[in-house]
Ligand binder design. Structure first.
Ligand code: 13P
Length: 247
């Protein structure tokens, strides 16, 4: 059985006052029936860890460096995220692949660093619109999975998030058949890559909202969501959490 995961990626949003949303979210879901994860900007991790109190809310970073420490001005090591209160870190988000030219090999190295620090790596993959329209979506995500999954990945230390680039922040969502096709393909590909494939959680991400969450969560092999814009407020994120609890 895979425990479902509702994950929020705040991206470059959030000052201290955004912690009020954490209180509202944890008050709305005092004992969630799913794993709940928020990935705020690194500046808020320690404060969010304090703000959650004894709640089961999990906290993640949005990126880490592939090395444990060193002369890398402006970067953050996985152990630093852990030290601040994180249990997870997103790696290979398409915005980082695009903005920072991160390759699959870079992502695999970051995921390995996360594992070495005791963090769960949330590895993101997803095709562009051009790749989808050319009929290459399945080949692209399979290759990204193969290239981004590090040695030593297990069901316990790794989550995969399928985020089609064209669905992120656009309000455009793949059909349920398209999501199911990709998730089924990823599950099969994982079986070739690792032993615990059936235990790895596969998240869908890209324009998930309260209004479409329930139908997305009805798709086989969708074990939760990685949510951007709709994770910024408890009012928007809470219905998604509830939909996952009811899935
Ligand atoms: P949106 O939910 O805003 O489309 O963002 C998805 C995403 O990129 C989460 O990592």
């Amino acid at each position: 059985m895979r425990r479902k995961l509702a994950a929020g990626n705040w991206k470059m949003h959030g000052l201290t006052d955004a912690l009020a949303e954490v209180k509202a979210l944890t008050d709305a879901h005092p004992d969630p029936d799913v794993d709940l994860l928020l990935c705020p900007p690194a500046t808020l991790i320690a404060q969010m860890a304090w703000a959650r109190g004894t709640h089961a809310l999990q906290i993640g970073g949005q990126d880490c460096h592939a090395e444990q420490a060193g002369a890398h001005t402006g970067d953050i090591a996985a152990a630093m995220l852990k030290d601040a209160g994180a249990s997870h870190v997103i790696v290979g988000h398409s915005e980082r692949r695009a903005d920072h030219a991160e390759t699959d090999a870079d992502v695999a190295a970051k995921a390995a660093a996360a594992h070495a620090a005791g963090l769960i790596a949330v590895i993101c993959i997803g095709e562009t619109l051009d790749q989808r329209e050319a009929g290459h979506a399945l080949a692209v995500v399979t290759a990204q999975l193969q290239g981004s999954l590090p040695e030593g990945a297990t069901a316990a230390n790794t989550v995969i998030a399928y985020e089609p680039v064209w669905a992120i922040g656009t309000g455009r969502v793949p059909t349920l058949d398209q999501i199911g096709e990709v998730h089924g393909t990823l599950r099969a590909a994982l079986r070739d890559l690792m032993r615990e494939a059936s235990g790895v959680r596969l998240l869908y991400g890209g324009s998930v909202k309260g209004a479409n969450a329930a139908e997305i969560f009805s798709v086989p092999d969708v074990d939760g969501a990685l949510v951007g814009g709709a994770s910024l407020t408890a009012a928007d994120f809470s219905p998604i959490v509830t939909a996952l609890e009811n899935a």
